[in-house]
Design a protein around this ligand. Structure first.
Ligand code: 13P
Length: 251
């Protein structure tokens, strides 16, 4: 049984005092749930959020990490530093890292290894652009991102990963994938894991959908057979909207 995961990626939003206001309000609104809730604020809010979330059952994650353990990498943050702030999860290969910052698949793979080495659970983000979808290349893109991202990982590490299918054309555009597009892509990813690794790994791995998830479409996405949660951007910035999305797990 895969526990649903509801994750909020704040991207470059909220100062640490705004983070504190959000968490105080969110804790007063969030319904009882068996879903796992994950907040992913910017680096500068991690320490404060980590202290506030301790003992609440809500997990903390970071938006990125550097693949090296330490060294002369000005501006970068290591996996160990994230753990030190209380992070349990880290996004790897988010489409904005790939498309705005030019991250390639091999760097994504190195980041996955760095996260796993310190016990952080990576959320590996994959997804096609609009032109790739129009060209019928969605599965080819997912395959390339999974192949090169997961190369070199031990099969038992992959069961600990979370995968997030985030079609680039649905991120921040208000255009959500249809239920069948989201389900087809999630089922394809699960099938890839079953074929390449094992049926039990494929059954265990959690697959999220991300891209214009809102309170009014979350429960439909969460009901899909192979979608085990959502990775929410803009709609996770408002405590009441995000609490409504959690309520959409219906548990
Ligand atoms: P939006 O929900 O704002 O489309 O962002 C999705 C996303 O990129 C989450 O990581």
């Amino acid at each position: 049984m895969r526990a649903p995961l509801i994750a909020g990626n704040w991207k470059m939003h909220k100062t640490s005092s705004e983070t504190e206001e959000f968490i105080t309000r969110f804790l007063s609104l969030v319904p009882q749930t068996t879903a796992e809730i994950l907040l992913i604020p910017p680096y500068t809010s991690l320490d404060r959020a980590g202290r506030m979330l301790r003992g609440t059952g809500i997990a903390l994650g970071a938006q990125d990490l550097h693949p090296e353990v330490r060294g002369a990498f000005t501006g970068a943050v290591s996996a160990e530093m994230l753990v030190d702030c209380g992070c349990r999860y880290v996004l790897v290969g988010h489409s904005e890292r790939r498309h705005v910052f030019g991250e390639q698949d091999d760097l994504v793979g190195r980041k996955l290894c760095a996260a796993l080495a310190v016990g952080l659970r990576p959320v590996l983000c994959v997804g096609e652009t609009l032109s790739e979808r129009r060209d019928g290349a969605t599965e080819r893109v997912l395959e390339r991102q999974l192949d090169s991202g997961l190369r070199g990982l031990m099969p038992n590490a992959i069961a600990d990963l979370v995968m997030a299918y985030e079609p680039v054309w649905a991120i921040g555009t208000g255009e959500t994938a249809t239920a069948s597009q989201a389900q087809d892509a999630a089922a394809w990813i699960r099938g890839w894991v079953c074929d390449r690794l094992s049926r039990s790994t494929g059954d265990a791995v959690r697959i999220l959908y991300g891209g214009s998830v809102k309170p009014d479409n979350a429960s439909g996405l969460l009901a899909l057979a192979d979608v085990d949660g959502v990775l929410v951007g803009g709609a996770s910035l408002d405590p009441s909207g995000f609490a409504q999305i959690v309520a959409g797990t219906g548990i």
